[in-house]
Design a protein around this ligand. Structure first.
Ligand SMILES: Nc1nc2c(ncn2[C@@H]2O[C@H](COP(=O)(O)OP(=O)(O)O)[C@@H](O)[C@H]2O)c(=O)[nH]1
Ligand SMILES: [Mg+2]
Ligand SMILES: [Zn+2]
Length: 298
């Protein structure tokens, strides 16, 4: 029986689209009850109509969230997440911070995009994103709809030869950005519906696209927005290493197992009080820390 290697480019319940390398998206289904298969998974297919996913290859990493009720894999085998924000709709910095933590915990690089820079309300958002710049993240300002050529030029060095995933709230312009990067794709922005989205105007499934004009290994994933981002799967140490401004103080506290919450001689709280760590970022750390402590451990 011949097996074909392929990459999952769309996941929708138990049915999938896979790319076997010839550019044709093949419909396939998962066999039996198996672990969640996600966009970006490398698989072996048994030919047929539909083709059957026989095997899922080991993953390099996975961007996922977990709360008390369930865990969800957004996508796997990623090099970069591009967190897209815009003045409209106004960003939720808690969710953005959590996505950045989830990415760093899996060794996935991160970039922040401030989209819709043509809106004159963008200045206020720039100020709100400053703590992320201070923590070492790059913020690129662009306008996917107003100036797609510039958006493409700015993103090229970040996306080229890598597998990247756009994430962010619904309406910030992720699908518009994919359209700017894949000429002729005419994606389902809120103005245009799409078959996979069953007539709805918004992106409901994560999809992987190849980018023409970029290196062959380049892939970009568009994703729907998310309303929650639990991080129950992390350990306290992973959390501390996933916030760059806290990781930078690693080993500088009086106690080696300092939680940076109340202990004397804490370098993180000293930096907080000196203004070197942003209060909102520290509050995010404490919120997630508390959730990890409340979470039932397997
Ligand atoms: N003003 C402005 N609007 C934009 C820009 N990029 C996208 N939009 C609009 O924002 C809305 C949501 O875009 P969409 O790509 O569907 O967002 P998604 O939900 O993140 O995929 C649409 O009406 C777009 O035309 C931009 O650069 N400037
Ligand atoms: Mg979309
Ligand atoms: Zn400490």
């Amino acid at each position: 029986m011949t097996r074909v290697a392929a990459r999952i480019v769309a996941a929708h319940g138990r049915s999938f689209l896979a790319d076997t390398g010839d550019g044709v998206a093949l419909r396939c289904v998962a066999r039996g009850r198996r672990a969640e298969i996600a966009c970006g998974d490398q698989v072996l297919l048994r030919a047929g109509d539909p083709a059957v996913i026989e095997q899922v290859m080991p993953r390099r990493n996975a961007l996922w969230r977990e709360d008390a009720w369930r865990s969800k894999v957004f996508a796997v085998n990623l090099d970069l997440i591009v967190v897209v924000t815009a003045a409209q709709p106004s960003p939720n910095l808690d969710l953005i911070g959590r996505a950045l933590i989830a990415a760093r915990a899996e060794d996935i690089d991160a970039l922040i995009v401030l989209n819709k820079c043509d809106l004159d309300t963008s200045g206020a958002l720039r100020a709100r994103l400053q703590p992320l710049c201070d923590a070492g993240y790059t913020v690129l300002e662009l306008a996917a709809r107003a100036d797609p050529a510039q958006a493409r030029a700015l993103l090229h060095p970040w996306l080229d030869a890598r597998t990247s995933m756009l994430i962010g709230a619904s309406g910030v312009g992720k699908s518009t950005l994919v359209n700017a990067l894949v000429p002729g794709l005419d994606l389902h922005t809120q103005a245009i519906s799409d078959a996979l989205d069953s007539g709805r105007h918004t992106t409901t499934a994560t999809r992987l696209y190849r980018l023409p004009g970029f290196a062959a290994a380049t892939a970009l994933l568009d994703s729907p927005g998310f309303q929650a981002f639990g991080l129950h799967h992390l350990s306290v140490s992973q959390l501390q290493h996933a916030l760059p401004e806290i990781a930078a103080r690693n080993g500088q506290c009086r106690f080696h197992n300092c939680t940076h919450h109340h202990e004397p001689g804490c370098a993180v709280r000293a930096a907080l009080h000196a203004g070197a760590i942003d209060a909102e970022r520290y509050a995010l750390y404490l919120r997630v820390l508390q959730e990890l402590r409340d979470a039932p451990r397997a």
